[in-house]
Write a protein that binds this ligand. Structure first.
Ligand code: XIL
Length: 395
């Protein structure tokens, strides 16, 4: 079996393809530090596949694209996360360059330079680009929520039209509205279910802004696919509210092409519940597609108070995650990916970052080590990577 050192691999990822041959031929200098070889497949059984360029995207070729979120700070020059993205994935979502407060901090002011840079970098590297997000209750420039209903509607429609026309032909799908399904599961009966009591809902007086956003998006770029995206769509209560909103869109003729399931999962999440939500959508809305938009597996099983008030959070695992947790994460993702490949409405799966230290979960809901992604802080594949790319890998 060819032994590729980690240093060789990173140089390969940085474009030194010839080095791979050199490294193999001459031993490549220092002692091999290749990623931990996948377990299993010992003896005469099928051999493990191991780590190779394009293995992740190849594994799901013809089923769905596999992507990751990336920030502009990682592409000039491409860092380890950007190089792994180029080597293993075929889709990219700008982590925050396309959010409203970044693109348009004041009415009529648009700053496209940063977003153009990362979008054009991705396209130049044959990555498809997802747009995230045109409307959210966070990252909202103050001007958008000021004025009468009609004035707010006009500003929202102008914003969406300007942004989508700017990226038309480069961004193929958009999270038009993000995190708009009720969260009253955690807030008690105060809510306005099925709709979330967002700053938009309060400024407009109801959920009509969802219709306005999606209708403006369809008019702005008829070729783009339009999504409602949310987290915890795997929660049965939130699933029902999501279906209620989709029924309302259908009855009103509001244009939408699919649902984005953020899938910010926890280590104790049952992946079957994610699949149950996708099945419910496939069954009732066969014309809609499903995207997994922000996949990560949080290594903590926190109570809701940890997110709401940073209280009751589990203690920091520290710099070395237990093998048992990594194995649980690998099994969860293998079950999820096996289920996703069996559902024709699933068009893409986007992780919310590449390496564990990229993740927003190292800072949210509190600062502590987290290990939610496929690659560790050294850029080496974790058990979760092998679990979803090698059926012979024994977790
Ligand atoms: C997060 C980013 O990862 C952070 O870098 C940023 O500081 C805040 O936003 N749901 C979403 C994403 O829809 O936009 C959020 O991304 C994570 C939760």
């Amino acid at each position: 079996m060819i032994q590729i050192t980690k240093r060789d691999r990173l140089k390969f990822l940085a474009g030194g393809a010839s080095l791979l041959l050199f490294g193999c031929g001459s031993g490549g200098g220092s002692a091999p530090v290749a990623p931990p070889p996948p377990t299993g497949g010992g003896g005469s059984g099928p051999q493990p596949i191991g780590f190779r360029p394009n293995l992740l995207s190849d594994t799901y070729q013809g089923q769905f694209r596999v992507g990751a979120a990336l920030a502009n700070s990682r592409i000039s020059p491409p860092d380890a996360s950007a190089n792994l993205l180029l080597d293993q994935f075929n889709l990219m979502t700008p982590e925050w360059e396309l959010k409203p407060d970044i693109l348009s901090p004041a009415e009529g002011v648009y700053n496209f330079a940063d977003a153009d840079r990362i979008v054009d970098w991705a396209i130049a590297n044959n990555l498809e680009v997802r747009g995230h997000t045109l409307l959210w209750h966070e990252s909202v420039p103050a001007y958008m929520l000021q004025g009468t209903r009609d004035q707010i509607r006009t500003k929202l429609e102008n914003y969406i039209t300007t942004v989508m026309q700017h990226f038309a032909g480069r961004i193929t799908s958009w999270d038009v509205v993000n995190e708009v399904v009720s969260v009253d599961i955690y807030n008690g009966a105060s809510g306005v279910g099925p709709d979330r009591d967002t700053v938009w809902y309060q400024a407009v007086g109801n959920a009509d802004y969802l219709d306005w956003a999606l209708t403006a998006a369809r008019a702005a770029d008829p070729n783009a696919k339009l999504f409602l995206s949310d987290y915890e769509t795997e929660n049965p209560i939130k699933r029902d509210w999501l279906l209620e909103i989709l029924r309302r869109f259908e009855s009103r003729g509001v244009p939408i092409d699919g649902v984005g399931h953020q899938c910010h999962l926890q280590i104790n999440t049952d992946p079957q519940e994610v699949l149950n939500t996708i099945d419910a959508i496939e069954s009732e809305f066969p014309s809609l597609t499903n995207h997994v938009t922000e996949l990560d597996v949080n290594m903590y099983d926190d109570p809701g108070t940890c997110w709401q008030s940073q209280s009751g959070c589990q203690a920091d695992i520290g710099p070395n995650p237990p093998d048992s947790l990594l194995a649980d994460q690998a099994q969860l993702l293998r079950t999820l990916f096996d289920g996703l490949t069996g559902r024709p409405s699933v068009e893409m799966v986007n992780f919310w970052g590449v390496k564990d230290d990229d993740s927003w979960l190292n800072d949210a809901p509190i600062q502590r080590y987290n290990y939610p992604l496929l690659f560790d802080r050294n850029g080496d594949p974790k058990p979760a990577y092998y679990a979803i790319t090698d059926p012979n890998y024994v977790i």
